[in-house]
Design a binder for this molecule. Structure first.
Ligand code: ME8
Length: 507
C-alpha cells in the first residue's frame, strides 16, 4: 500500500470569552474521529486546538467579571483544557495566543510585511461587529444587522494600519480555480467565489490602544495592538514551531464552521501569500448545531455544555448523536429528545442488545470458551455484511460523511441482530446434538462484535474499549483492521461477562 501523507488537523482556536458548548465540541469530535480513523490506517496525524485570547471580546468579558484580561484567559485556558480532558477529547497541542513564542512569530511577520510595503497607515470608517471581531461591508449585513449575532454593527472611525489584502485577490481566485479542493464542500467554495467577485478591500490589522490595549503590540508602532484575527490565524503555523514539528505545515487541513469562512478562505490565504508561506491544503467547512432553530452561540447565550451531556448520557452517546444526526456540511437542531431517541434505538437496542445477548449465551452454553467455526452460507453473508461496512466506512469518512459511515456500520449490526433471530442459537441449544452449531454461530457473532469494536473506535472510543474488554480482546489490537475473520481469538479463548453497554433511558 502507498504510504499515506501526514495530516495536520486544526480546529479553530475558540474565543476565550466563555467555556465550551456542544458546537465547539462538534468540531473537536470530528478532529478526534478523523485522527483515530487515520492513525488506525497507518497515517501520521497531528491535531491542534486551543483558545483565541486577545481582542475586544475577551477584554470586555474580563472587565465584566472585574478581573484583568490576563487573569481571565488564564482561567479559561484551564477551563477549556479541563473540559476536553474530562470528556476524553484528545489533541497533540493546545494553542494559547498569549504564549510569548506566538507573539514573537506574529511580530516578525508584521515587521516583514511592513518593511515590504504590504502594510500602510490610513484613516478609516467602517461598521464593526464585536461578536465577529470584524468590519462588515454594507452588503454583507442582513437587514442592517450582523447575520450571526443579530445586532447592528457599530460605526468606528479611526486611524489604523492596513494590510494590502486586495492585492492578493486575483491570486486567491486563481488558486480556487486550479485547486478546487482548497475549500470543501464545493457549496462553500462557491460562496467564497461569490465574495471574490466584488473588490474585497484591504484589511484593517491594528487597534489603537486608546480603544483596546489587550493584544500583541505592533512591532513598528507601539500606540497600536494587532487585530485579533491577524494574530489568531498565524497560530496555525506558530503552533507547529512551538510544538517542534514545523514541517507539518504543508499537511494542514483546517476544520471550521461556516461562521468564519471569510477570514479562513480570504484573509488567511492573502496573509500566507504575503508572508511567503505555502497555503493550507484544505479548508473543511461544517454547518451549525442550532438550538430551537437559532445558532448555538456563546454570545447569544443559548448553549448546552458537553460535560452536562456527558454526565447524563455518556460522551459516546453524545459523539454518536453529533456525528449521526447532522451531515458535516449541513445544519441540525440539537435536542435532548433526539439524542435519547438515538441512544435507545441505535445504541441500547441495536448495538448494546446484540453484545449482551451474544456474550450472555456464550457464558451460558460454553462458560465463555469460544467454539470451532464451521461456516455455512448464512455465516458467510454475515461476514460479507461487515466487510461491506468496512468498505463503506472508509469511503464515507474519506468524504466527511460521518453520518453515512455510522449508518453503514448499523446496517451490518442490523444484519447481525437478524442473524441471531434466524440462526436461533437459544432454540438450538435445547438440543444437545446442536451444540456445535450453537458454538459456531456464537463465534461468528463474537467476530462480528470484534470487528464492530474496531470499526466503531474512531467514533466511540470508550464503547470500543468496553467491547474489547467484554470479548477479552486486547485493546492494543483494535487497530489491527486487516485481521482475518476467524483468526482474532486463539483456540480455547474465553470471553468475559458484559455490563450493559448502553442502559436504556426512560424519557
Ligand atoms: O470564531 N455549531 O472563535 P469561536 C457548530 N476565535 N460549530 C460551532 C457552533 C455551532 N453552533 N458554535 C461554534 C472564533 N462552533 C475565532 C476563531 S481561528 C484562527 C479563530 C465552532 O469561539 C465552529 O468550529 O466563535 C466555529 O467555526 C467555531 O466554533 C467558532 O468559535
Amino acid at each position: 500500500m502507498p504510504e499515506l501523507a501526514p495530516l495536520y488537523l486544526t480546529t479553530p482556536i475558540f474565543y476565550a470569552n466563555d467555556e465550551p458548548h456542544v458546537g465547539h465540541t462538534y468540531t473537536l469530535v470530528v478532529a478526534d474521529t478523523l485522527a483515530r480513523f487515520w492513525r488506525a490506517r497507518g497515517r501520521r496525524v497531528f491535531v491542534v486546538t486551543g483558545i483565541d485570547e486577545h481582542g475586544d471580546k475577551n477584554a470586555q468579558v474580563a472587565a465584566k467579571h472585574g478581573v484583568t484580561p490576563r487573569a481571565w484567559v488564564d482561567r479559561m485556558s484551564v477551563a477549556w483544557q479541563e473540559t476536553w480532558r474530562a470528556v476524553g477529547l484528545s489533541y497533540d497541542h493546545f494553542v494559547r495566543t498569549t504564549a510569548a513564542a506566538h507573539a514573537t512569530f506574529v511580530r516578525k511577520v508584521l515587521a516583514d510585511l511592513h518593511a515590504r510595503g504590504d502594510i500602510y497607515f490610513d484613516q478609516y470608517t467602517g461598521l464593526y461587529c464585536y461578536g465577529c471581531e470584524r468590519f462588515y461591508q454594507e452588503r454583507e449585513l442582513d437587514g442592517g444587522v450582523c447575520p450571526d449575532h443579530r445586532k447592528p454593527p457599530v460605526e468606528i472611525a479611526e486611524e489604523n494600519y492596513f494590510f494590502r489584502m486586495e492585492k492578493y485577490q486575483p491570486e486567491i481566485l486563481r488558486r480556487l480555480d486550479t485547486h478546487p479542493e482548497l475549500v470543501m464542500p464545493d457549496g462553500y467554495r462557491r460562496e467564497v467565489l461569490a465574495l471574490l467577485r466584488e473588490p474585497i478591500g484591504d484589511l484593517c490589522i491594528s487597534r489603537p490602544k486608546s480603544r483596546l490595549t489587550w493584544g500583541i503590540d505592533l512591532p513598528f508602532d507601539d500606540r497600536y495592538v494587532t487585530y485579533v484575527w491577524f494574530d489568531a490565524l498565524f497560530s496555525y503555523v506558530s503552533a507547529l514551531d512551538i510544538a517542534g514539528v514545523p514541517g507539518l505545515w504543508t499537511a494542514a487541513h483546517h476544520l471550521i464552521a461556516k461562521d468564519i469562512l471569510k477570514p479562513h478562505a480570504i484573509y488567511w490565504p492573502a496573509m500566507l501569500m504575503a508572508a511567503g508561506m505555502p497555503l493550507y491544503r484544505q479548508l473543511q467547512v461544517h454547518g451549525y448545531w442550532n438550538l430551537a432553530g437559532g445558532k448555538m452561540s456563546k454570545s447569544l447565550g443559548n448553549i448546552i455544555r458537553p460535560r452536562d451531556v456527558d454526565a447524563r448520557y455518556g460522551m459516546d452517546a453524545l459523539r454518536y448523536y453529533l456525528l449521526r444526526d447532522k451531515s458535516y456540511a449541513g445544519d441540525a437542531d440539537f435536542s435532548e429528545e433526539g439524542l435519547v431517541a438515538r441512544l435507545n434505538a441505535d445504541l441500547a437496542n441495536g448495538l448494546g442488545n446484540l453484545a449482551s445477548r451474544v456474550l450472555a449465551m456464550q457464558q451460558r452454553y460454553f462458560r465463555g470458551v469460544l467454539q470451532r467455526l464451521a461456516p455455512e452460507s448464512v455465516d458467510l453473508a454475515l461476514r460479507d455484511a461487515f466487510a461491506q461496512a468496512r468498505r463503506d466506512i472508509d469511503a464515507h469518512v474519506g468524504d466527511f460523511a460521518f453520518h453515512r459511515a455510522l449508518e453503514a456500520l448499523w446496517r451490518a449490526l442490523d444484519h447481525a441482530n437478524k442473524y441471531v433471530t434466524e440462526t436461533a442459537p437459544f432454540a438450538l441449544a435445547k438440543d444437545e446434538s446442536k451444540l456445535p452449531r450453537v458454538g459456531a454461530v456464537l463465534h461468528e457473532l463474537c467476530e462480528a462484535l470484534r470487528v464492530t469494536a474496531q470499526l466503531v473506535e474512531p467514533f466511540m472510543p470508550a464503547t470500543a474499549r468496553k467491547l474489547a474488554t467484554y470479548l477479552n480482546f486486547p485493546e492494543s489490537r483494535l487497530v489491527e483492521l486487516d485481521l482475518a475473520w476467524g483468526s482474532a481469538f486463539a483456540t480455547g479463548h474465553e470471553t468475559g461477562t458484559p455490563d450493559p453497554l448502553f442502559p436504556r433511558v426512560e424519557s
